[in-house]
Design a protein around this ligand. Structure first.
Ligand code: PMP
Length: 305
């Protein structure tokens, strides 16, 4: 991935993709304190636009705040950087990755005195869990790894360190032949996927874990709340047990990368009809209308590049 044409925004400048490098003594590389975002730009009916750019950028600043890192740029500068990267790389639709990290001035757990850096890269990236997954649903396994307790590395930060937990869970599940992992919180209630929020549907009501289960406050999750209101679907945020997922009528994951991906199986137990359910399909189609600029009500969520 390092060897390709294009530009990456690094500390205020667009640099050649191949030259966007850091030193091996970078603090974040050793101790894992950093924050990042995952953002998507879509080729909408009105041209290329970044979906919910302000919300993603605000979450990046909040993640950095939680991790006691002061980003040396303004929110507006970081929003502009993302627009510039998409334009400069001539991408019609893409995934964007802003990252905040601690520099290489010195090692030792305390990062005091080290510089805070920021970069934004972007590349074309299709359906995270596969096109087939979007249509037919994916197979998920409850992880043997517990999601972070809310008082460990902070679950409302999209913190680099949280992802070693996600990586372990995802590798365990995929090596066992599943598509993705579902993590439970430290009390045993459903939290989230390795990189997705989860929703289930039972008797026409949509349920999702409340954020005290240690799940990230997903921006796609928030978009689904708006879609449910528009479709007249009742939405309840509550504690959910894994067996509630087994006996749900439908289930799906959400995320910037995963978009709206139906779940057809958990732990080899078929959910509902064992394929994308009818309400999931409605929500998914409303989601793709919004991100592709086909729903004027949410035009403000699209920042034209
Ligand atoms: N949970 C985790 C652990 C994630 O990595 C993501 C992806 N950012 C999400 C949930 C979904 O968040 P969003 O919809 O903002 O991408």
């Amino acid at each position: 991935m390092a060897d390709r044409d294009g530009k990456i925004w690094m500390d205020g400048q667009l640099v050649d993709w191949r030259d966007a490098k850091i030193h091996v003594l970078t603090h974040t590389l050793h101790y894992g304190c950093g924050a990042f975002e995952g953002v998507r730009a879509y080729n909408t009916v009105n041209g290329t636009a970044i979906f919910r750019l302000r919300e993603h950028t605000e979450r990046l600043f909040n993640s950095a705040k939680i991790l006691r890192m002061k980003i040396p740029f303004t929110l507006e500068q970081v929003m502009q950087a993302q627009l510039d990267v998409v334009r400069e790389n001539k991408l019609e639709s893409c995934y964007l990755r802003p990252l905040v990290w601690i520099g290489d001035e010195k090692l030792g757990v305390s990062p005091k005195g080290n510089k805070i850096h920021l970069m934004v890269a972007a590349w074309a990236w299709g359906a995270y869990l596969g096109e087939e997954g979007l249509k037919r649903g994916i197979r998920v396994k409850t992880s043997s790894y517990t999601r972070h307790h809310v008082n460990i590395t902070m679950t409302q930060a999209k913190a680099v360190s949280n992802y070693s937990n996600s990586i372990l869970a995802n590798m365990e599940a995929t090596e066992d032949g599943y598509d993705e992992a579902l993590l439970l919180d430290s009390a045993g209630f459903v939290s989230e996927g390795a990189g997705e929020n989860i929703f289930i549907i039972k008797n026409g009501v949509v349920y999702t874990p409340d954020l005290s289960a240690g799940a990230l406050n997903g921006i796609t999750r928030n978009t689904i709340l708006a879609i449910c209101a528009d479709l007249g679907l009742k939405l309840v945020e509550k504690r959910i047990t894994r067996d509630e997922v087994y006996i749900a009528d439908e289930a799906f994951f959400t995320g910037t990368a995963a978009e709206v991906t139906p779940i057809r199986e958990l732990d080899r137990i078929e959910i509902g009809i064992g394929s994308r359910g009818p309400i999931t399909e409605k929500i998914q189609s409303a989601f793709f209308d919004i991100v592709n600029g086909r729903n004027a009500k949410y035009g403000e969520w699209l920042s034209k590049v």
